[in-house]
Design a protein around this ligand. Structure first.
Ligand SMILES: [Zn+2]
Length: 163
């Protein structure tokens, strides 16, 4: 018998209000805007000897930290092939086909992704969650899933599987 359980957390405070713009269709770029992103995280696996899969409180605390890292920042995709980022200690200068934006470095969060789509934000947050679980909780789930809702009714989900 293969049993599997899921623990999922989503809370009013698992929200980040952040600025971004994405590129699309290879040559288009959105105007700068922001979202109140809502996040839900879940992990799957068997129960341990205490009939636990994973502590809800610990998962909520980790997710709160991770969403706080993005909250009230301008999100910069540093791996973008279309938006070129020139980063110093003081500022981040972005260039898309000659159009430029300059932000104070301290107002930006640099993300090692290609585009700040909800899909890639979900993947990024999953990677951060797994890192936290491994390093601080000595826990590797069978499956980790991250839902990022960009606006009401629009959610992207990323799923990671062990092995
Ligand atoms: Zn957007």
């Amino acid at each position: 018998m293969a049993e599997r359980y899921t623990v999922r957390v989503t809370k009013d405070y698992l929200v980040f209000c952040s600025g971004h713009f994405i590129t699309y269709e290879g040559s288009q770029c959105e105007r700068l805007h922001g979202h109140n992103y809502h996040v839900a995280a879940s992990v799957e696996g068997p129960l341990d000897e205490n009939h636990y899969l994973f502590d809800f409180v610990a998962l909520k605390n980790i997710m709160r930290r991770l969403t706080d890292e993005l909250d009230h920042f301008m999100m910069i995709a540093t791996q973008s092939k279309l938006i070129i980022a020139d980063i110093t200690d003081e500022r981040v200068k972005l260039n898309f086909k000659g159009k430029e934006w300059i932000f104070p470095r301290s107002d930006c969060v640099l993300l090692p992704i290609e585009n700040t789509t909800a899909e890639l934000l979900a993947k990024y947050l999953t990677g951060r969650l797994l890192e936290e679980l491994r390093t601080h909780q000595h826990f590797v789930p069978e499956v980790a899933r991250m839902e990022v809702e960009e606006s009401v009714g629009q959610t992207a989900t990323y799923e990671w599987r062990r092995g």
